[in-house]
Design a protein around this ligand. Sequence first.
Ligand SMILES: [Zn+2]
Length: 260
Amino acid sequence: MTQDLFRQDAYLRECSATVVSIGEQGIVLDRTVFYPLGGGQAGDSGVLVLADGSEIAIADTRKGKDAEGHFTDEICHQGAPEMHEALSKLKQGDAVTARVDWERRHRLMRFHTTTHLLCHLVPQLVNGCSITPDYARLDFNMTDPLDKDELTAGIARLVAAAHPVAVGSISDEELDANPALVKSMSVQPPRGSGFVRTIRIGTATADAVQVGGEQMIDYQPCGGTHVANTAEIGAVVVTKIEKKSATTRRVVLGFAPAGT
Ligand SMILES: [Zn+2]
């Protein structure tokens, strides 16, 4: 298995690691700071630095899959196509430094936390989500129209309030007892280990499962990488609202141009 260091500390930019295997799905390390595509969030890119100082560019990161197509607990770093020759130098047991493209990842973190703010501003179930370095979109299962400027102002207010963002966990039983915590119809929280990772925005000190506390902004199961405080999101705006279907409203997020 690959130890997923980014789940406890999303701010780790690099780590030393050992090559476990190299295969069709990519390079598997014993530990990594690279987030694999999942929960709507794009996989990380970056470089693996070899012992001789040379670098292998990583274009994307995915969860490993077994022969039946089920996810394994391995994380696969996919070498960029032009890295074919460099890859052939790499072998099992090699020591590398895994370094994520931090500028890109930080944009993903800012967007991901903003999508959780949207869950607070639009208390409806989510039936689609995509977070990329350049834009993010969240689909709500609803028929009422949404106002672009109102949502942008709502995001700005929550960013200005500088709410802390905390990683936690909830037991499968607690989650089963509080099904309303799951806001997504399309992504189910990963079960099996007995606990599910959670992201809490806001300073409520009440028991984690008590949603609706005065300062509680959002609390939900999530495996993604987030900023530590909403202030770090900066200038994210709603660029578009689309009516994807009779029962789906899509909110598209983007970065406001610098200086606005
Ligand atoms: Zn999330």
